[in-house]
Design a protein around this ligand. Sequence first.
Ligand code: NAD
Length: 335
Amino acid sequence: MTVRIGVIGPGGMGRAHIDRITRELTGGSVVAVTDIDAANAARVAEPLGAKVHGSGGELIASDDVDAVLVTSFGPAHEESVLQAIEAGKPVLCEKPLAPTADACLRIIDAEVAAGRKLVTVGFMRRFDRSYNEMKQVLASGELGEALIVHNRHRNPTAPETYTATMAITDTAIHEIDTMRWLLDEEIVEVRVDKPKRTRNRFEHLQDPVVFIMRTESGVWIDDEVFVNIRYGYDIQCELVLEQGTVTLSDQNRTVRRDAQGSRNAVTRDHNDRFHEAFNAELQQWISAVARGEHTGSSAWDGYAAAVVCDAGVSSLLGDGEQVPVSLIDRPGLYA
Ligand code: NAD
């Protein structure tokens, strides 16, 4: 069976996903697109021979669409995801599931009422080889229990449209989900520290920020979020255990050694650094949809990340105070 996919909002991320579905993955075909920018929708659809729809609702209702990929911007996700649930169609929604915990709860309520998991959230780091090796070392118990995790999330530049709170809701949200998944426990309190600001930023930004989290068992996590570091897109993570540490492989790149020393190139782009993870995420989703199964992170994961983000935003906009995180009881659907 070929899964016929409709894409809502094929901007940078959506086009990258369409490319991988079309050129690299198997079992899926992009048959429909829609975008509030109609010219963009037409441009993307033309080489694919895909149908252009006037709205997300129309695309989702189409009998020609089996599954929906939502890659529009965060505040538009909720409407599309709710429509997909109502239509009983599987939906892979790019992160964030929705910008606030309340919006995510409305999605959870709809999915629980539908009685089956239809929503997957695009937390692709769960598919990264290096993070998976780190998780395996932790699970083996060989080095004891996790105590501390150091993260760095660096981007070369952020556009003027990147708002102050996006450091948490758009950027740190990756580490929030990855830490929940890696450590297999919830985050219970957060705090945002505000270092000296870089001169290479738009005035409205606090950049960098350091996001501090603590989990149920007391694991202490720091996350340096620095979105104007100029030199590249650089994701680092070091897990400190009782008898050793595990560090992400650097950039998944070959090391070059010459008169200037040893080094590997730093990418500038998330699609490059996480190319294999994105492919694995999308391939697994397409294959699961074909089998009528759910895969990947759920609406619960989208909600849990959003609650932590809400607390982080409150600390960021306040005085950097410690903010507790509390989740609703986990519905049975997500047990
Ligand atoms: P973008 O601005 O390049 O693309 C968004 C597209 O959605 C645009 O074409 C826009 O016209 C369209 N759009 C906006 N509102 C819409 C609506 N209501 N209906 C239909 N189309 C609409 O942004 P992007 O960088 O591609 O990001 C898209 C999403 O992907 C965001 O949620 C972002 O957080 C996420 N993202 C995830 C990763 C990752 O690492 N997983 C990386 C980048 C972006």
